[in-house]
Design a protein around this ligand. Structure first.
Ligand code: P6P
Length: 355
């Protein structure tokens, strides 16, 4: 339940009426109403979430017409931090997110998969800026040219460096359990923004006719169990024994294999229908491929807030991992709690065996 909604600093504030079921509730309205759940909320986090919503609408516009304008294909042949060849739309999405967050001055710095280092954000006016934002601007972008859904992933932390000084990498190298908010935008058959501030998960579908994200998935809860597993089966022979045994078990149980190659899409399906997503150690990525700070952590917070579980293949809770570097990778297994527990049992049983 929300904390005490009265605010000594705003004595006339009163508890807002409950969110209605019978009318459109926009993302803006929902965020502002939710702000009242945060004692002494200053509106900064509200502003940040709204900025991300604006950037998402701009990115969505280009993603939806990517085939019509010269924004498909490879950008100047550069590679990003993940070693992925930068797609033009990757660069476009990154620039829009940085721009929206810089223009509002609600945060003091941002970090992105597309940039080697953190990007300080100069203050705007006398606005305080106590937050930092990390994002993968367009996850799964290798799917763009074949019209498969892609996504934006974001994480928000409070800065921990001296507010009188410049932001620093320590502001970003915080464990995922300190995220103030996290979420994703899925550019699919429809465009949906899903986020959490630690009080449950809610989804907002973009209504193009009014240009607003509207509440469509209230208080999302992941099914306790599922019938699908999501892993790149092509690496099966390179997986450790315990992972191969678990995948064999999934096959024996007649679970369906669903793998889109776009993490946001796979996680969104699992959030709604249940299931488990796996990216274990492979020969190419012994420590896992996916990035801890702007892929695993935000999606782990979403999954946990919806009642699921998120661990690495060393059985450590993703949100407890203390990051050592900005673009650090991690193995990951997340989804329905019963399925993650089942995987844990296989790892405990087989990983003790000589591989
Ligand atoms: P693989 C996309 O490049 C991504 O970062 C995730 O969105 C996706 O789940 C994964 O990598 C796919 O990796 O090795 O299966 O192609």
């Amino acid at each position: 339940m929300p904390k005490n909604l009265t605010r000594p600093d705003v004595p006339h504030a009163i508890a807002p009426p409950p969110i209605p079921d019978n009318r459109i509730v926009t993302l803006d309205e929902f965020i502002i109403r939710s702000e009242k759940d945060f004692e002494y909320a200053t509106g900064e986090l509200t502003g940040l979430l709204r900025d991300i919503g604006v950037a998402a609408k701009i990115i969505n516009r280009e993603v939806n017409k990517a085939g019509l304008v010269n924004i498909l294909g490879v950008s100047s042949g550069n590679e990003n931090q993940s070693g992925d060849v930068q797609q033009k739309l990757d660069v476009y999405a990154n620039e829009r997110l940085v721009e929206c967050l810089q223009n509002s001055g609600e945060c003091c710095a941002v970090a992105s998969e597309e940039n080697d280092d953190i990007i300080p954000v100069p203050g705007v006016g006398y606005k305080p800026n106590h937050y930092v934002v990390l994002f993968d601007p367009l996850d799964g972008s290798s799917n763009i040219d074949v019209n498969v859904s892609v996504g934006t992933i974001f994480a928000i932390y409070r800065r921990i460096s001296d507010p009188s000084g410049p932001p620093s990498r320590e502001d970003f190298l915080q464990p995922g359990k300190r995220q103030v908010a996290a979420g994703y935008v899925l550019y699919g058959t429809s465009t949906i923004l899903v986020y959490t501030t630690g009080r449950g998960v809610n989804g907002f579908t973009l209504d193009p006719s009014i240009g607003e994200f509207c509440l469509s998935h209230r208080n999302m809860r992941i099914p306790d169990n599922g019938q699908n597993y999501s892993v790149n089966q092509g690496y099966y022979s390179k997986f450790d024994l315990e992972m191969r045994r678990y995948i064999d078990h999934c096959s024996d149980q007649n679970y369906g294999l669903r793998y889109i190659g776009s993490m946001v899409s796979d996680i969104h399906r699992i959030l709604i229908h249940g299931g488990i997503f796996l990216y274990p150690s492979t020969r190419k990525y012994p420590g896992g491929k996916l990035r801890l700070l702007y892929e695993c952590n935000p999606l782990a917070m979403i999954v946990e807030q919806a009642g699921g579980k998120a661990i690495n293949t060393g059985l450590k809770r993703i949100l407890d991992i203390a990051p050592g570097e900005l673009h650090q990778r991690s193995t990951v297994a997340l989804g329905s709690p019963a399925m993650v527990d089942e995987l844990k049992a296989f790892i405990e049983r087989y990983s003790a065996l000589p591989i």
